[in-house]
Every structure is written in C-alpha cells, then in structure tokens.
Design a protein around this ligand. Structure first.
Ligand code: 13P
Length: 249
C-alpha cells in the first residue's frame, strides 16, 4: 500500500506574515488529516523560517528548485548542501514553469534530480505535456522522454527514494483539471513503464497528480488506483483549502 502524499507548491507567493499564518493554520488542522503525509514546498528564502515553524510538527518541507552543481561560481543558485543545512527533505525538480520559462531541458532536470539524491533529499520529479502535445496525441511520448532522461542518468532503482508528479501543463493554474480518467491513464502508463524495468520500484513509487487540484475534485482524483497524492499550487496557499485536500487523501 502506498501512502498518500499531498505536497503544496507555493511558487513565488507569500510573505513572512502570510507564511506564518498559513503554517499555523495547517499545523492546527493536522489532527484531522488521517491518511496523508503532508509537505509544503517554499521559496528558498523562507526555508529557514519554515524549518523553524515546522520543527515540532509532522508536516515536512521542501524547496521548489535546486542547482545541479555542488558549489562554485553560480551566482544566484542554491545547492543541495545548502538545502541540507536547513533539513530540507524534498525538492521539486523539472516543474513545467522551470522548463518553459527558464529553458530547463530534460538533461538539466535529470542533473538536478541526481544532485538532490546525492544529498539525501527526495526529488519530486515533474512530468507533463502541453495542450498542443495532448492535442497531437503525444502525451505518452513526452512523459516517457522526460522520465527517460532521469532513468538514463540515475537508473530505475533511484525512483524508490523519489516521488513523481504528473502535471499536465494545460491543467496548471487554469482551473481545467484533468478528469480522473485522463490522469489515471497517464499515471498507469508511467507506472507501467517503470514496472517493465523494475516491478518492485513501480509498486512503491508515489505518483502525484498536479494541475488545478482543489477541495472539490481531490477526492475523486485521489480515489484512482495509480494516483497516490497531489502537488497543489493555488489551493496550497490557504490552510483551509490545503487541509481539505489533505483530508481527502
Ligand atoms: P495549480 O494547483 O495552481 O494548478 O498548480 C499546480 C502546480 O503547478 C503544482 O506544482
């Protein structure tokens, strides 16, 4: 049985004040979250504060990005060891916004995934097709290509300590959630591809869905066989909404 995982991706949102109150709200509601493990992924600069506020709680935290390099002349970048310094457990790699807005290629994502693992940080590897790609019927090819870059560099066994998030780009921030069947089809494809290489890893790896998941559609999505949780953007910014998703898990 795979444990449900609900992760918030705050993206570039929040302030000291709003994050403090968001975390207090989440912590206060955690006693009603029975089945899901909960993670919040924060902008780098707030990580020390988040670490401090979550020190006495079961909520874990992560970063939204990571450098593929260990150290050196990479102005503005944050390394895995820096994230480790603050006890960061998770990091999102290959989010579609990094890919589309900052030119991150499959190979760059794979290197970030490797850097995180080397430091003992769990990567949340994002995969997903654009609307154009879905309309062209190449969703599986795109997701397979994105996953292959990681498998070639780190091997299928690496997924035993990682999380995958299927996030169709057309569903992110648009309110156009994938139907539970559409999401399940791709999740099943991803798990099947992994199973062809290692059945044990495929059985264990958590595959989250992301893209306009909210309090009203979470239960149905999370009830699908291969959907093991959610990566939540907009709805992770309000404690009440985020907790409602966590409780649906
Ligand atoms: P939304 O939940 O706002 O659609 O964002 C999803 C996402 O990109 C999470 O990484």
């Amino acid at each position: 049985m795979r444990q449900t995982l609900v992760a918030g991706n705050w993206k570039m949102n929040g302030s000291k004040e709003s994050i403090q109150s968001l975390l207090s709200g989440i912590k206060a509601g955690m006693s009603d979250v029975k089945n899901a493990a909960v993670v919040v992924c924060a902008p780098y600069i707030y990580i020390p504060m988040v670490a401090e506020q979550l020190a006495d709680s079961e909520v874990s935290f992560g970063a939204e990005n990571i450098s593929e390099h260990e150290a050196g002349a990479f102005t503005g970048e944050i390394s895995a060891s820096m994230l480790n310094d603050f006890g960061t457990e998770y990091v999102i790699v290959g989010h579609s916004e990094r890919r589309s807005l900052y030119g991150e290629q499959d190979a760059d994502t794979a290197k970030k995934y490797a850097a995180a693992r080397k430091a003992g940080i769990k990567p949340i590897l994002c995969l997903g097709e654009s609307l154009e790609e879905r309309e062209q019927g190449v969703t599986e090819e795109v997701v397979a290509r994105q996953l292959d870059a990681v498998l070639e560099l780190e091997g299928v066994e690496s997924l035993a300590d990682a999380v995958i998030a299927y996030e169709p780009v057309w569903a992110i921030g648009t309110g156009m959630t994938a139907t539970p069947e559409q999401a399940q089809d791709v999740h099943k494809f991803i798990r099947g591809k992994i199973a062809a290489m290692n059945a044990d890893v495929a059985e264990k790896v958590q595959i989250l869905y992301g893209g306009s998941m909210n309090a009203s559609n979470a239960k149905e999505l999370l009830s699908m066989e291969d959907i093991d949780g959610g990566l939540i953007g907009g709805a992770s910014l309000k404690a009440e909404d985020f907790l409602a998703i966590c409780k649906a898990g």
